[in-house]
Ligand binder design. Structure first.
Ligand code: SAH
Length: 260
């Protein structure tokens, strides 16, 4: 057996029903044929994925001991096992073919995984994953909620987000200190932004980094023209602005800069 390592966020699922429920949450929205599992560990979830008719099932696992274990156990021809850190090797999997992503993510790096996903979102039609419960709630939150934040907006701009179910600590070995959640993101039909993606991310980040301030104060550094910042949206705080509101705002700012 593989000895769980805390520093790698290893909590192995021991409940086959939960593993099966996670695997069957994939809907194959937009009919992709390649799937990537991040952090397969000892393959509890993987065993429910190998029966799905896919052209390729990529696995990326950073723990050598788990990799050796999986090499012995998994002989399916469509499986391609990679040893390494997803945050460093992610680009390997982003070719021009649509790729679904699944995993019981290592909780300590789940936000970083999502920022990596966002860099390549156009190619990723669906994500089903398990994260810490509060993170799942945050990623799926809308304006007006205390937990609405940067990733809620950046992901929500491209994806339909769904909080599917909560998972208790007892179904893992060793049990984590927190509850978990399974969430699903599906690429929207109309997923591209009418404004520059980098500018959008920059303005959303600046707005939430000063979440207690009105946009007028939070975005002071941008030196927007007085005529623009007198508009009522600038009286609001980031957590009061919908995703559509942010898209509209950044598109306006971008237009204004093009005129100048
Ligand atoms: N899917 C398994 C294990 C989940 S625990 C199960 O449900 O039982 C999270 C897994 O992610 C661990 O196996 C851990 O080694 C792996 N991991 C941690 N950091 C990683 C990284 N940067 N890249 C790839 N895998 C990682």
């Amino acid at each position: 057996m593989v000895r769980p390592k805390k520093y790698l966020g290893q909590h192995f699922l021991k409940d086959e029903n939960i593993a099966s429920a996670i695997a069957s949450s994939l809907t194959f929205h937009k009919a992709y044929r390649h799937l990537l599992e991040i952090g397969p560990g000892t393959g509890v979830l993987t065993r429910h994925l190998v029966n799905i008719p896919l052209d390729k099932l990529y696995l990326i696992e950073v723990d050598d001991e788990s990799v050796r274990y999986l090499q012995q156990k998994l002989k399916d021809p469509q499986v391609e096992l990679h040893s390494g850190d997803f945050l460093k090797l992610g680009a390997l999997f982003f070719t021009n073919l649509p790729l679904g992503i699944i995993g019981n993510f290592p909780y300590n790096i789940s936000s970083q995984i999502f920022f990596k996903i966002l860099e390549n979102y156009q190619q990723i039609p669906e994500i089903v994953c398990m994260v810490q419960k509060e993170v799942g709630q945050r990623l799926c939150a809308d304006e007006g909620s205390k937990v609405y934040g940067i990733l809620s907006v950046l992901l929500g701009a491209h994806y339909e987000r769904e909080y599917l179910f909560t998972v208790p600590p007892e179904v893992f070995y060793p049990p984590p200190k927190v509850e978990s959640s399974v969430i699903r993101f599906r690429l929207k039909e109309n997923h591209s932004l009418p404004c520059d993606k980098k500018l959008f991310a920059k303005i959303v980040k600046q707005s939430f980094q000063n979440r207690r301030k009105t946009l007028r104060n939070a975005l002071k550094q941008l030196n927007l023209p007085p005529g623009m910042v007198s508009e009522t949206i600038f009286d609001l705080r980031a957590e009061q602005i919908s995703i559509a509101g942010f898209i509209e705002l950044v598109t306006k700012i971008e237009k204004q800069w093009k005129i100048q």
